[in-house]
Ligand binder design. Structure first.
Ligand code: FAD
Length: 506
């Protein structure tokens, strides 16, 4: 028996650690595996309503998948350093197995778990699973981690990729009775006698397949609809996307009103689809792209999609090698950046009431769907940092709270790119004009009017000229929609001056 600890890999298929622990991998004598998810209070401290809802949906899908395979999911709560050794003892497991999580906090937690297991002589094993090439695998010729994406991509794309990991067989998974006995053995035990915040004795909890509600964990139901979860939904989405949209991906991906991207990010974040499986499917699409039935540029379109998978791995290795970027600029400015940080402007940005239609549409999409289109993420991030001159950390914190796909590495990478403080970032003098961006990428204002009802029925031209209209014209056209809270041209100059000062240039 082996205990398999799920974290950001909520799937049974193409799961490297689970394949090993269940005997589906190279060593068929291993297994069966008892799968567990642990609600860790210190991780929940950093969670949000959106992400708790999305996590619970992902866990429900995983549990159902295990049930269909004749097993179930153990659901425990407590500090993994206490829970895992106890569960391992209750199951008489010879090993605890998991897949690596590369963020700084997770690595600290894992070090604690390793020590706790060593102390009771339980073997443990950690696998690379979340990315095709682990963060140490791709380095410059001088042996350093990459900070420039284009060079990283070149090596990433040239390297051989592993095949998807085999799914566990029914015999490779612990049966429900064994899981129930283990859950009973640890449930309700009080390892420390400590008293939790609520005044109740701190207890360990474990059950089979019994998931808490958000309220049990101290969270509310989110305002946003977090969308579907689980491996089946992810596969459906990937298949749909690779059926047609991928062949026009590069040409269409920047237009938020067109359904031109995969919308797989939350599935990747929770690991509901394996990256080897996804990549193998893109290779099959590439083979089709190279056939005569597709336009000549179809292979480049598919490759552009593979490039996004590589961006995810690029930022994973940036975070792995520089865990401090979570709160600090990757790129240091000589004098430090003197952010303006006006609370009212930041609040208007969060509410989607800046008077810049594409910015407001994006912020409202985030509120309603816990998602935002990539082009629009870039626009709203540029607006916050370079029009409102607000520290990127305000934006990062807001995204972290609201995005269902919040991923520390990608979110941080995206924000620091926009703020010109990151690896391979936008140069500081490159400042998006939010009106031109709206006009170029949402010419008919379809995306804008989907999320900003106050502007419905207006000519797209009028919407894209909103900042140039007189107060009377605005009042006549859309009385409920705000006037621009800042003047883009003035703020552009102020931003340039702010960065130049930071660079010690004046
Ligand atoms: P697709 O275009 O279909 O791309 C496929 C997959 O590639 C995505 O699901 C994602 O896993 C990965 N990917 C795509 N673009 C990027 C990118 N620029 N960087 C890293 N990986 C990428 N992505 C997140 O997954 N989580 C975040 O928290 C996040 N925050 C962001 C914040 C900012 C300010 C910016 C500018 C970008 C952020 N991104 C983030 C990257 C990107 O916007 C999303 O991955 C993408 O919009 C998700 O939609 P999709 O699945 O349809 O993407």
């Amino acid at each position: 028996m082996e205990l398999f600890w799920h974290r950001r890999d909520l799937r049974a298929a193409d799961n490297v650690g689970l394949a090993a622990a269940s005997g589906a991998g190279d060593d068929p004598d291993r297994g069966p595996a008892a799968p567990v998810f642990v609600f860790d209070p210190s991780v929940l401290d950093h969670a949000s309503d959106v992400r708790v809802r999305r996590l619970l949906d992902g866990l429900a899908a995983l549990r159902d998948d295990y049930r269909a395979r004749g097993s179930d999911l153990l659901v425990a709560r407590g500090d993994p350093e206490t829970v895992l050794p106890r569960l391992a003892a209750a199951l008489d497991a010879e090993r605890v197995v998991w897949n690596r999580d590369y963020s700084g906090l997770a690595r600290e937690r894992d070090a604690g778990v390793r020590r706790a297991l060593d102390a009771v002589d339980v073997a443990r094993e950690a696998h690379h699973d979340a990315v095709l090439h682990d963060p140490d695998a791709i380095r410059t010729n001088a042996g350093d981690p990459y900070s420039v994406y284009s060079y990283y991509w070149k090596k990433w794309t040239d390297r051989a990729k592993e095949d998807p990991a085999p799914a566990p067989t029914e015999a490779g998974l612990a049966d429900t009775d064994r899981l129930a006995d283990a859950a009973d053995a640890v449930d309700g035990t009080d390892p420390s006698g400590a008293v939790a915040d609520g005044g109740e004795a701190a207890t360990l909890g474990a059950a089979v397949g019994d998931l808490p509600t958000p309220a049990d964990l101290g969270f509310a139901e989110p305002e946003a609809d977090v969308g579907p979860a689980g491996t089946e939904a992810a596969r459906e989405r990937l298949d749909d996307f690779l059926d047609e949209a991928v062949f026009a991906y590069e040409a269409e991906r920047d237009y938020p009103a067109r359904e031109a991207t995969s919308r797989l990010s939350a599935f990747f974040k929770y690991g509901e689809i394996g990256v080897r499986e996804a990549y193998a499917a893109t290779e099959a699409a590439m083979a089709e792209a190279e056939s005569d039935s597709r336009p000549e540029d179809a292979p480049e379109q598919v490759e552009e999609f593979q490039q996004q998978l590589a961006w995810r791995e690029f930022y994973t290795q940036v975070l792995f090698h520089n865990p401090e970027v979570v709160s600090e600029n990757y790129k240091e400015y000589e004098e430090g950046i003197d952010w303006r940080d006006d609370p009212e402007e930041i609040a208007a940005w969060k509410r989607g009431e800046t008077g810049y239609p594409i910015v407001d549409a994006g912020m409202r999409q985030l509120r309603e769907e816990a998602f935002m289109h990539n082009r629009v993420r870039m626009i709203v991030a540029s607006f916050l940092t370079k029009d409102l001159l607000a520290d990127w950390r305000h934006g990062y914190d807001h995204f972290r709270e609201r995005l269902a796909d919040h991923d520390t590495a990608n979110d941080n990478g995206g924000w620091q790119w926009a703020a010109s403080t990151g690896t391979d970032a936008q140069p500081y003098f490159r400042i998006f004009n939010p009106m031109t961006q709206g006009e170029r990428y949402d010419p008919d204002a379809e995306y804008i009017t989907e999320y900003v009802p106050e502007l419905r029925g207006l000519d797209a031209d009028l919407i894209h000229e909103w900042h140039e209209l007189s107060p009377t014209q605005r009042a006549n056209a859309a009385p409920e929609y705000p006037s621009p809270i800042v003047d883009h041209s003035e703020r552009r100059e102020a931003a340039l001056a702010m960065y130049k000062r930071a660079r010690g240039e004046d």
